[in-house]
Design a protein around this ligand. Structure first.
Ligand SMILES: C[S@@+](CC[C@H](N)C(=O)[O-])C[C@H]1O[C@@H](n2cnc3c(N)ncnc32)[C@H](O)[C@@H]1O
Length: 211
């Protein structure tokens, strides 16, 4: 995500009750943290948070965690959350690089959302793609029992790579679409990238992967 550094963003978000400052201390204890047994869904690379905030509003019966690397991006999500009429008890944010995800969760996540992830087009950067074998191995350690990965992307190459990588890793794919907006999508919550791409007429790919 291209975003200028926002001065003071680090200090600002660290004061927000939505940001979990030492997430590794909750490893294996996220259910206690939320104070209920509702399934926990995470979004990796949540950007400015449109999707995860919308999902948390629509599904109070589920717990959500948005993961993002950059202070200035999280700042935008925190600002959005602060502008809401009410606080969302089922949503928290974590600032981290997803390569560290196994330090934070231990077999307690029910679903991972990957929305418009960075495509990393060069072959030498394949392992940085969030659907690479290296990431799928990490996800094995954080999923509770069954595994669910839902992906949306405008990038056809990343989508084809993901289909192959997920299938080779033993995931079954369902509801695969190369043009999401040509279909009925009553429950779809758009991300900020998605809103921009749809306005431009770019087709959106989507899949659900189960294991
Ligand atoms: C292209 S943006 C998409 C943002 C949002 N999901 C959307 O659809 O509008 C990708 C986001 O993922 C974040 N990101 C990329 N790699 C990441 C990683 N390894 N760990 C955490 N966040 C990451 C970037 O900082 C960026 O905000």
């Amino acid at each position: 995500m291209r975003l200028k550094h926002i001065k003071g963003s680090k200090e600002y978000i660290e004061k927000s009750s939505y940001l979990i400052l030492n997430p590794e201390t909750n490893k294996g204890k996220w259910q206690d943290f939320f104070g209920n047994f509702n399934p926990i869904h995470i979004e990796i690379g949540m950007g400015r948070g449109d999707f995860i905030i919308g999902m948390a509003q629509n599904h109070p019966e589920l717990n959500y965690i948005g993961i993002e690397m950059y202070d200035s991006v999280i700042y935008k999500a925190v600002k959005k959350l602060e502008s809401l009429d009410r606080t969302l008890p089922n949503l928290f944010l974590i600032r981290m690089d997803a390569t560290e995800i196994c330090n934070v969760f231990d077999r307690e996540i029910s679903r991972i959302y990957l929305n418009f992830s960075d495509p990393w087009p060069k072959a030498k950067h394949e392992k940085r793609r969030l659907t690479s074998k290296q990431f799928l191995e990490r996800y094995d350690n954080i999923f509770k029992d069954s595994k669910e990965i839902f992906q949306k992307t405008d990038n056809d190459d990343l989508f084809e790579f993901s289909i192959e990588s997920l299938t080779n890793y033993g995931y079954s794919l369902k509801n695969v679409s190369h043009d999401l907006y040509s279909e009925m999508i009553p429950d779809n919550v758009a991300t900020e990238y998605e809103t921009k791409f749809v306005k431009e007429g770019t087709k959106i790919n989507r899949l659900e992967a189960y294991k």
